[in-house]
Design a protein around this ligand. Structure first.
Ligand SMILES: C[S@@+](CC[C@H](N)C(=O)[O-])C[C@H]1O[C@@H](n2cnc3c(N)ncnc32)[C@H](O)[C@@H]1O
Length: 397
């Protein structure tokens, strides 16, 4: 079957339908059933699971928007289109939070983004505006950015960060570590080794017989139980070098058993309990790797992690950041992206960042973003690998 042609005809049919006069309820039901059948076949199992487990976040976005009066404003305004900043000003709310909410509402079909980049409300907005049968109020007008006093701490009645709290809740920590490992095992295309061309870029370190000291030195910061290092070693069985796995002590002690046996002549592995909020002890490594770490932290802490890494980097060191990178255009943001963004907001007072937000963060600590690697199945995955070097590196520019 020619899937590309099939996808093109489905899009054509959708455009044709959109240009038709209104279809009646019976036709709508018939078409909805057909679409659901198609979607049930093509949807990724991981996406089904995501909706069933953390899929509540679009509802949270609607509730916050009701409270901010966003629907009242756009419904009663004589204007038909709005930009994010004017909605934020009108709502008296943090522009970043309003931008995150509008992205989620767009992914839920409550707003559409025009070619000019403005937001156009859908007809359902009238039911969410004052007097509408779905309008009711909660309180929130700032994107949480205090990592130690956000929604998680409020709900669990604690002053600890989510990661600190987990160390005294071992079953939660174990579940978290297994979730992190499952994410990269389940989804081949989301693995960093599939996105960043490891074989080509680490070519000089490949070879079965050369000693460790001629190999790569790679530091996996906040590397969990070592699954990201394991994926690299499995992908490149001839990669030689010294691999350092860093995380908090409670996680390091759960390191994958198969990594514990690596002490060959061509490969060594060092498990190093240490905090990324302390100075980085490994100086001048070839590669510093930050896998899905920065999205756990708001800008203040993310900057501190990057600054410590930057201070340890040599002029030839490379920083690789594996994280979800959202498109800057809100109309391109998937529902799944907004679910994860709100998940990060709730658990860690943090956020999923756009490429521009990553670039700005890197520049603020003296690092330059050299390239963003995206998976070949672009559109389905937002995982990307960002490649950064010291701003004063000879390779920069
Ligand atoms: C989202 S997980 C990512 C794990 C792994 N890099 C991956 O991509 O699957 C974030 C990791 O950061 C670790 N972490 C949290 N606070 C830390 C700290 N202060 N220092 C070092 N690691 C920390 C957690 O234990 C966890 O393993």
């Amino acid at each position: 079957m020619d899937v590309t042609r099939l996808a093109a005809s489905i899009c054509e049919a959708a455009e044709l339908l959109a240009s038709q006069p209104a279809i009646d309820l019976v036709q709508r039901a018939e078409l909805s059933r057909a679409c659901e059948k198609l979607y049930a076949i093509v949807e990724q199992p991981s996406s089904r699971l995501e909706k069933a487990t953390v899929g509540i976040t679009p509802i949270v976005a609607v509730r916050i928007a009701i409270d901010m009066g966003i629907f009242d404003f756009v419904h009663h305004s004589p204007k038909k289109e709005f930009n994010s900043d004017e909605i934020a000003t009108r709502a008296g709310a943090d522009p970043l939070l309003v931008c995150r909410i509008l992205r989620s509402l767009t992914a839920s079909g409550i707003f559409n983004v025009t070619p000019a980049g403005t937001y156009k409300p859908d007809i359902v907005v009238k039911d969410l505006a004052e007097g509408g049968y779905l309008a009711s109020r909660i309180m929130m007008n700032l994107s949480p950015e205090n990592a130690y006093a956000g929604p998680f701490q409020y709900v669990f009645g604690t002053e600890e960060h989510y990661f600190d709290w987990m160390t005294s809740h071992p079953s939660q920590l174990d579940a978290f570590n297994r979730t992190m490992q499952a994410g990269v095992i389940r989804d081949n295309a989301a693995r960093w080794t599939q996105i960043f061309p490891v074989a080509q870029r680490f070519q000089q370190f490949l070879g079965a017989n050369s000693p460790v000291d001629k190999g790569i030195q790679l530091v996996d910061i906040g590397g969990g139980i070592g699954h990201e290092i394991k994926i690299l070693l499995d992908t490149l069985p001839c990669l030689r070098g010294h691999f350092v796995l860093q995380d908090v002590p409670g996680v390091i002690q759960s390191m994958l058993p198969e990594l514990k046996t690596i002490t060959a002549a061509t490969r060594t592995l060092q498990a190093m309990p240490c905090s990324f909020f302390d100075p980085q002890p490994v100086i001048g490594a070839d590669i510093y790797f930050l896998g899905r770490v920065l999205h756990d932290w708001p800008d203040a802490q993310a900057r501190s992690i990057l600054q410590h890494t930057r201070n340890a980097m040599g002029k030839d060191s490379l920083l690789l950041i594996h994280d979800r990178v959202l498109p800057d255009g809100p109309e391109k943001v998937h529902l799944s992206d907004t679910i994860m963004d709100f998940n990060m907001m709730a658990l860690c007072s943090s956020l999923e960042r756009t490429e521009t937000q990553f670039r700005d963060l890197l520049i603020s600590v003296g690092l330059d973003l050299v390239r963003v690697w995206r998976p070949s199945t672009a559109g389905l995955h937002r995982q990307a690998v960002l490649e950064a070097v010291r701003a004063d590196s000879p390779d920069d520019g």
